[in-house]
Design a binder for this molecule. Sequence first.
Ligand code: KG4
Length: 337
Amino acid sequence: MLVLGVESSCDETSVSVVRDGKEVLSNVINSQIKIHEKFGGVVPEVASRHHVYQITLVFMEAIKEANVKPEDIDLVAVTMGPGLIGSLLVGVNAAKTFAMMYNKKLIAVHHLAGHIYANAIEHEMKFPLVALLVSGGNTELIYMKDHFDFEIVGETLDDAVGEAYDKVARVVGLPYPGGPHVDRLAHLGHDTYHLPRVYLDDGSYNFSFSGLKSAVINLNHNANQRGEKIDVNNLCASFQDSVTEVLVRKTLKLAKERGVNNIIVAGGVSANRGLKERFMAEGEGFNIAIPSIKYCTDNAAMIAVAGYYQHKVFPNEYADLSLNAIASLELEDRYIK
Ligand code: KG4
């Protein structure tokens, strides 16, 4: 089965062709990072315009690279949300147009399901599992009994992890997106600032990162006022240690509580080396899967793979040409069994 995936929820225009939910024949990604870098973050209006410029070219390139004909595609899977509404609309309308032109079935995929199913490309997803989903817009702990059976057990009460990374990077003068830069510098420093670890004392699996972010901002501000120099490498290492400790320990605690051996990590922040290293160091005895970097951040292969499994679980749930993008969409609400 050939699935064509389309992703445009933020600042990556991506189209991919995947065979049988596994074999990635093409995964073309046009990233707008360079465009948004000068603004220090994604400007939604600029992002949607660039999706419009790129989407047709990316479709053509993905089909050419996969060495297939549009007629060969069996199913079109598109990200319907959550994300930036103007960006999402470009992908949704392009997917609808392609499906209409070639008379193909269309299905609407939740962006976070895509991140989770990025793991199915290189690993076998074994259930039950606990998924830690960490990206620029989301931080969630999810329990899955089976394919497309999502129970959100914990989520961030304020900032998403990637958002906290990007803000901390900006404070210490690193470019956007800051996560990879903080990660790199963290490996050159040590945890000397001992920033707070926020576990929340309500016994929940929720997260909070705004206090940690404020601690970094205040530390930087106070040092500037006193004319002292901050050691950026050590600050990055301290921030990363604090974030990864909470993420890893809460994930392992949930897995133990539910008697689950399989853990998957998903989303842009799953590219973080510190997170990987801590999972390897503390997660002995668990089967931990993290996608390779090209499948961690936004890409259409993950949408095609999620579409493939979604189609198996909900075989007759096709979208029609009235499909609309939704900016705010809960994973559990999208897939009610
Ligand atoms: O999943 P993604 O591409 O987009 C969303 O759907 O949000 O994630 C982007 C986020 C950004 O905040 C970026 O700084 C972060 O992932 N990120 C990282 C790393 N690589 C990307 N954060 C920490 N360490 C990294 N190595």
